[in-house]
Design a protein around this ligand. Structure first.
Ligand code: EPZ
Length: 422
């Protein structure tokens, strides 16, 4: 397994290109199953999760061509050979469940393995299933698979989510595009990745209104045609790299960054003493003079502070002046980076869904363990300004969501390298 070596160095300066959004691409790719015509995605990120989704679609008989080093994906499900998503692929990535809605909508049947939970929580899919049942799907859970049928096709219905679920909203939205009649999704997720999916589906001929609000209305159509669509900028990668100059000092421009994607996050950066300036090519981030100020954060569905940036923001708070309380309301076990940061000298108390961080002058490099995607990168951020060397192990987690992280950070002055493991 590979490791990443980071040695605390001085302030950073330069530019970091931000890639297309992993979490948009992972729902845009299954959308190809809704049409027998080709769907092409540009600005696709080059990540192991994208390769896993490619493997899953190919196992169904879809053709997926990866061009321009993986930045362009041309997919066709004209000659699908199976509607069964096997456990051996689904277990690798929870987002695999997003093939269920499209398969059911287009073919009237699907067998999809239930995804396991993961390090950050049980992550059930009951809301996905309830939404499809509200559109007339007949679901039978057995042998660890969802056996889904919609003999006469899906029918429009009203789906009332009890709480916000990004994935369930995406599954229901895709399924509803081919359902007979009108579907209304209430208490729908409002994330930019939902808006990006809706925009792509409209290019394919879908009739969708209200995406980006908590109520989405879809008028089903008989078929969808092909399209070409650029994957939206990754707001989580953006926020992650904005924290690099915040933690190390200096000034970095995140190319392709859009302030509308990270509104709540930028409010907290401003309160902590970080300046963010919009430029014609992205977002320029610098630490204002003086020490970082401690800031409280509560994670919420969009447009609130993203849970996917909580671990990274905690790394910033570890050397802030004062005490900050980070409340995680989305997942039940998303503080696994805390014990690793404590190994680096951080002062953190975790109680249930709250982490209280009391800033220290400086962290000290140490060998640490990555446990999930966002925890991995928070340890790298902490290592950028720590005294001495930090070795982050199990970086396969990292490669799921960050392309060439050591190259992007080295290009702005970080002392960081990847050590290929056994
Ligand atoms: C998406 O996961 C993202 N993944 C996650 O990013 C992100 O953290 C999450 O949304 C919240 O923003 C992708 O888009 C591939 P949810 P998703 O359904 O859709 C519970 C990353 O680091 N829930 O909004 O799985 C669930 O357990 C990843 O890139 C149910 O109980 O998240 C969680 O506690 C991590 N039943 C909460 O709802 C369900 O049927 C929110 O989950 C579905 C979800």
């Amino acid at each position: 397994m590979d490791s990443i070596l980071v040695t605390g160095n001085g302030p950073l300066s330069g530019t970091i290109p931000i890639a297309g959004a992993k979490n948009a691409c992972l729902t845009l790719m299954p959308a190809t199953l809704l049409s027998d015509e080709p769907l092409t995605l540009t600005n696709a990120p080059r990540l192991s999760d994208i390769r896993t989704m490619t493997e899953l679609l190919s196992s169904l008989g879809a053709e997926v061509q990866s061009l321009q080093g993986g930045q362009v994906l041309t997919m066709s499900s004209h000659d699908l050979t199976s509607q069964r998503a096997d456990y051996d692929i689904v277990r690798k990535m929870r987002a695999s469940i997003l093939v269920l809605g499209p398969l059911l909508a287009r073919f009237g049947q699907a067998q999809v393995s239930l995804p396991g939970g993961c390090a950050i929580g049980a992550r059930p899919v009951d809301l996905h299933l309830k939404a499809l049942e509200a559109m007339g799907a007949e679901l039978d859970l057995r042998d660890g698979y969802v056996h889904a049928k919609a003999p006469g096709g899906l029918k429009g219905g009203v789906v009332e989510f009890p709480f916000v679920s990004v994935g369930a909203t995406e599954n229901a939205l895709m399924a509803a595009t081919l359902a007979k009649g009108t579907t209304v999704l209430k208490y729908a997720a409002r994330e930019p990745e939902i808006v990006d999916l809706a925009s792509c589906l409209r290019k394919m001929g879908a009739q969708i209104d209200g995406d980006g609000t908590d109520t989405i209305t879809i008028q089903g159509v008989d078929r969808l045609h092909g399209a070409t669509h650029p994957v939206v900028t990754d707001r989580i990668e953006l926020g992650t790299y904005m924290l690099a100059p915040a933690i190390c000092g200096g000034e970095v421009e995140c190319l392709g960054g859009r302030i509308d994607l990270v509104g709540a996050f930028c409010e907290k950066l401003d309160a902590a003493g970080i300046s963010v300036e919009e430029t014609p090519t992205g977002l320029k981030v610098a630490r204002k003079n003086g020490r970082i100020r401690a800031v409280d954060v509560t994670t919420e569905p969009y447009p609130g502070f993203p849970t996917d940036l909580q671990a990274q923001f905690m790394a910033l708070m570890c050397t802030a002046d004062g005490t900050s309380v980070l409340e995680e309301t989305i997942f039940e076990n998303r503080f696994m980076h805390a014990p690793e940061l404590i190994r680096m000298g951080a002062n953190i108390d975790v109680h249930g869904g709250h982490a209280t961080v009391t800033g220290v002058e400086r962290l000290k490099g140490a060998p640490v363990m990555a446990t999930d995607l966002r925890a991995s990168v928070s340890l790298i951020l902490a290592g950028l300004a720590a005294e001495g060397e930090t070795i982050v192990n199990r970086v396969y987690h990292l490669d799921r969501g960050y392309e060439r992280v050591e190259e992007k950070l080295r290009n702005v002055g970080a002392r960081i390298e990847r050590v290929t493991g056994q």
